[in-house]
Design a binder for this molecule. Structure first.
Ligand SMILES: [Zn+2]
Length: 364
């Protein structure tokens, strides 16, 4: 069976054909108010990787996002902006929607954090309590990065749960962005890891493990240097280091080796690592399920959806096919418990109950 057909069959088996209709209903203005909290059953999720804003810094908004989460059995989500913005060049025939829409440059956009934190601060408690906000809007090559993040943590005490998604090597996105290619062991990021450890916050990093169509982990060493810098910094490596056209035939072995060497490393299974690796065929499903079962505390599930929520339910519920292949306890860990554990139970509880008041910064 071809990969696409296999995926379609998996999604159909999960009953996802009806989702767009359900989502339309869920997103309508007639949604019941939060006085009736949503009920979660079966596999319920805490999405570990969700972008509130797209590459033009546009969003469908928090209310529609919560409606989509309710339609998809998602209790809460790690929510961050988008650290880059796509420039609209006057020579472009039309306004771009995505970083790949044309060849124009991208640049680092710190406004993304302020937009997210402003919208969250103004949202009612039943909306705000569903999110675990991270901050990301820094140039990963700027020696000021840690100071800028520290200042933001001070401006919004108790509202921020973590740091990321920090953008390091990212194929076309890196090529389109002004400045040197960012890397996890850059001197500008080392103080960011120290800040994260001090604040007991995880750091989510996008960093391609290799170049395009290079069947060797060219850039693994850069991430390993970052992991060695401060063992108290928990780093979540987004998408197990893969991106479009990053093809490593032995990724599960490479991933397990890195986990063995670095106790502060975690992998998020968001974006196309699911379609291109885990769910490629039945043998891949089995290989990844066995790896996850051997290291149940080190993986977590997220969507990497960007700013718009019409396809959100399908993007998270596709993981049911993986969870169904895992022991129930392991499934619950990668679907929700692991990311909550990294953020810290106390911090997660504070954020869910903060109800608009800035809670005091966590003791460190
Ligand atoms: Zn992302």
């Amino acid at each position: 069976m071809k990969r696409r057909d296999f995926l379609k069959a998996s999604l159909a088996a999960a009953g996802l054909a009806s989702l767009p209709v359900r989502l339309l209903a869920a997103g309508s203005a007639n949604q019941p108010e939060a006085a009736e909290p949503p009920v979660f059953s079966g596999h319920s999720y805490v999405d570990c990787h969700l972008h509130y804003l797209d590459f033009l810094q546009v969003t469908d908004g928090l209310e529609r996002l919560v409606a989509a989460m309710n339609a998809a059995n998602v209790e809460r989500a790690v929510l961050f902006g988008m650290p880059m913005i796509k420039q609209w060049d006057p020579s472009a025939p039309k306004k771009p929607k995505y970083y790949l829409s044309n060849d124009s440059r991208c640049y680092y956009y710190s406004g993304t954090d302020f937009l997210l934190l402003k919208h969250l601060s103004q949202a009612p408690a039943h909306i705000r309590s569903r999110f675990l906000p991270f901050i990301c809007g820094v140039n990963a090559n700027d020696m000021n990065a840690a100071d800028l993040l520290r200042r933001l943590l001070g401006e919004y005490p108790g509202l921020i749960a973590g740091i990321g998604e920090i953008m390091c090597r990212h194929d076309d996105l890196t090529a389109q962005t002004y400045g040197e290619p960012p890397r996890p062991d850059h001197p500008a990021l080392l103080p960011v890891y120290d800040l994260a450890a001090e604040m007991r916050m995880p750091v989510i990093i996008h960093h391609n493990i290799s170049g395009v169509q290079m069947d060797e982990p060219l850039y693994l060493g850069e991430m390993e240097n970052a992991l060695r810098h401060n063992r108290k910094t928990n780093i979540v490596w987004a998408h197990v280091g893969v991106s479009r056209r990053v093809e490593l035939s032995n990724l599960p072995e490479i991933a397990e080796g890195a986990l063995q060497r670095h106790s502060n490393l975690y992998f998020d299974l968001s974006w196309l690592v699911f379609e291109n690796y885990i769910a490629k065929d039945e043998a891949s499903f089995a290989t990844w399920a066995e790896l996850i079962a051997r290291r149940p505390g080190r993986f977590m599930v997220g969507t990497d959806v960007v700013g718009h929520w019409d396809k959100y339910p399908a993007n998270i519920l596709k993981y049911n096919a993986l969870l169904d292949r895992l022991p129930p306890k392991t499934a619950r860990m990668i679907a929700r418990d692991n990311i909550l554990g990294l953020i810290g139970k106390r911090a997660a509880a504070q954020l869910s109950g903060s109800a608009g008041e800035a809670v005091s910064a966590r003791a460190v």
